[in-house]
Design a protein around this ligand. Sequence first.
Ligand code: GN1
Ligand code: MG
Length: 386
Amino acid sequence: MASGDFCVKIATQPVMSAAEEVSRQFQVPGRLVAIEMIGTGNVNDTYRVIQRTTFSEEQFILQRINQAVFKDPAAVMMNIKAVTDHAHRRIDAEADQADRIWQLPRVIPTLDDQAHFCDEDGDYWRALSLIASTKTYDKVTNPQIAFEAGVVLGNFQRLISDFPIDELQDTLPGFHITPGYLADYDSVLADNPEAKKRLDVSTEAMRLANFVEKRRDFAPLLEDALSRGELKLRPIHGDPKITNIMIDTFTGKGTSIIDLDTVKPGLVHYDFGDSARSSCNPAGEETKNLSQVFLDTDLFEALVSGYLREAKNFLTEADRNYLYDSVRLITFELGLRFFADYLAGDVYFKTTYPDQNLNRARVQFALCESIEARESLMRSTLEKVQ
Ligand code: GN1
Ligand code: MG
């Protein structure tokens, strides 16, 4: 079925052979050599495709978009195409003044010039250019990497800061609206007897539920500031966690941010908070050792320096006042999302072992506590760094 057509799920196929089949549908020269599944994403399936011609090798990223999460994959692709075209133009225009070569994935069109391909199973696929010679980290211990993560996020937000938000669709309604996640959590417990049972039989789940109760009033903090007009919506990345930051293997500098599914109007604070919670916890979000989870203030200072180097000119005073809260809030929110998903029976985040979402929630809540304990230090870092 051609991309862009309405399509319904009618058959299933082993995933790898589906990827092989679909890889031919994009405008990339050469013949298929290999496809490997890569990435640690919790939502989409990601592959690296290697093709060769007689004299060259072409590698690209092929992804199957998770339609349980993204109900309108065509809108996701329209946002990505519009924002990357805009950012590519700015990167080119500024290239001579930049201290590095900035990269950003390009949407590779299908054979009939669409931004996605819809297969006969009703799955949506996209191809993106591969960012060459880069490394990613799933945990950070070196402040230099935290600095680079800050630079990359700040630069991306700056590049898209003049993109009109009314040209972006809301591809994931409710994304990062913390009070909405609290309401979802409440309704899972109220409407799903299995969820209530999972809570009642586990003292650890009870402890997490208690943790949530104590922070109920804090959940609307950013949304309230938005309603009062103190903060405003801008184009944001939405998911700038450390695994989405690409570091150049030759120069050691940050060169790109990937995973642009959640680019949409939002608060830049969601991005900053997500970057800090993922780049400043040296144990990473999948650790099972809670005692190693903490907010490392040296990593935080490095991240803030990198971020503000790029972002200080477009952030207002009010924006800056909410940066500490954004780190605490996004960490709490992600813990709540993992916990609610555990209670609901793992319906949103992919898992590889039982109780993984419970464990992920424990990690984020431990990190949240550590952030609360370091509030005054983090606030003074945010004031001190110029
Ligand atoms: C999901 O798919 P991935 O791993 O990039 C999630 C983010 C979470 C993240 C936590 C669309 O991102 O919001 O912060 O897991 N993305 C979506 O690892 O829900
Ligand atoms: Mg993502």
